[in-house]
Design a protein around this ligand. Structure first.
Ligand code: DGL
Length: 272
């Protein structure tokens, strides 16, 4: 089938977290071709130095954009987006969409205080503190950075159950203090039900996934309208990683449910 409106996007993360953003984009725009790339060789990004992180993201993204003829990039990682966007936008001529903690909507919803749950790096970033200063002047924002929560989401996607006791120990500092929690890492919507169970039903959870999907839609289709999706149309979804993934078999099983063929390794060529 010929489709002149066919678009290919790159979704980038350190691990499986960006799949939470992919799911929102896919729900809204099922006709897109998606290349999902995860830099598991340098995972977790929340513990990587800023310089290394910026260099890696730039190398992979510019390389993939060229080789895969990408129309739009989504950096589906708060930890990376809070520092790499200016560099990427200076390098690329296509739109680059970043994911940053949803402080503004969370603060508008809150009556008591907001909790920001993110990676250890995101909670210390200047970008995050600027967001809080601009958009949550009248509501206190409690910060909680944890890499273990990121690992738990990785484990869940490989079929491992979440230990609610452990989760509740990690989230303990927020309990009783907040009425809205920002899932400021794209891994966390993957364990949203468990986080909700621990924080209780009177805490509203907010993430950026749907807003990102709306942004992608407006950037790609603002001038041409959304194409009609035919049942004959098969999106070409591909998933690549920078190193062979841990528990690859279990992960591939879940990825096939999301419309991906088995993971292919795409190592970084440092000779660029
Ligand atoms: N998913 C990422 C984020 O949104 C990063 C997780 C990590 O590698 O530390 O921040």
């Amino acid at each position: 089938m010929t489709n002149t409106n066919r678009h290919k996007i790159l979704i980038f993360d350190s691990g499986v977290g960006g799949l939470s953003v992919y799911q929102q984009i896919q729900k809204r725009l099922p006709q897109l071709d998606v290349i999902y790339f995860f830099d598991n060789e340098a995972y977790p990004y929340g513990e990587l130095s800023q310089d290394v992180l910026i260099d890696r993201v730039e190398l992979f993204v510019t390389d993939l954009v060229k080789k895969e003829q990408i129309d739009l990039v989504v950096i589906a990682c708060n930890t990376a987006s809070t520092i790499v966007l200016p560099r990427l936008r200076a390098q690329l001529t296509i739109p680059v969409v970043g994911v940053v903690p949803a402080i503004k909507p969370a603060s508008l919803l809150a009556n008591v205080a907001v909790g920001l749950i993110a990676t250890p790096a995101t909670v210390t970033r200047q970008y995050t503190h600027d967001l809080i200063q601009h958009f949550s002047q009248d509501k206190k924002v409690e910060l909680l950075g944890s890499t273990r929560l990121v690992d738990m989401a990785e484990e869940k996607l490989r079929g491992q159950a979440i230990d609610l006791q452990e989760l509740s120990e990690i989230l303990q500092p927020l309990i009783g203090l907040i009425d809205v929690a920002v899932l400021g890492c794209t891994h966390f919507p993957l364990i949203k039900d468990e986080i909700q169970t621990v924080l209780g039903s009177n805490v509203t959870l907010v993430d950026s996934g749907e807003a990102i999907a709306r942004r992608v839609e407006s950037l790609l289709f603002q001038n041409e309208g959304i194409p009609h999706t035919s049942s004959l149309y098969q999106p070409l979804n591909k998933i690549l990683s920078s190193a062979p993934p841990w528990k690859e078999g279990a992960l591939n099983e879940r990825l096939s449910l999301l419309g991906f063929s088995p993971i292919q390794t795409y190592p970084l060529h440092l000779d660029v």
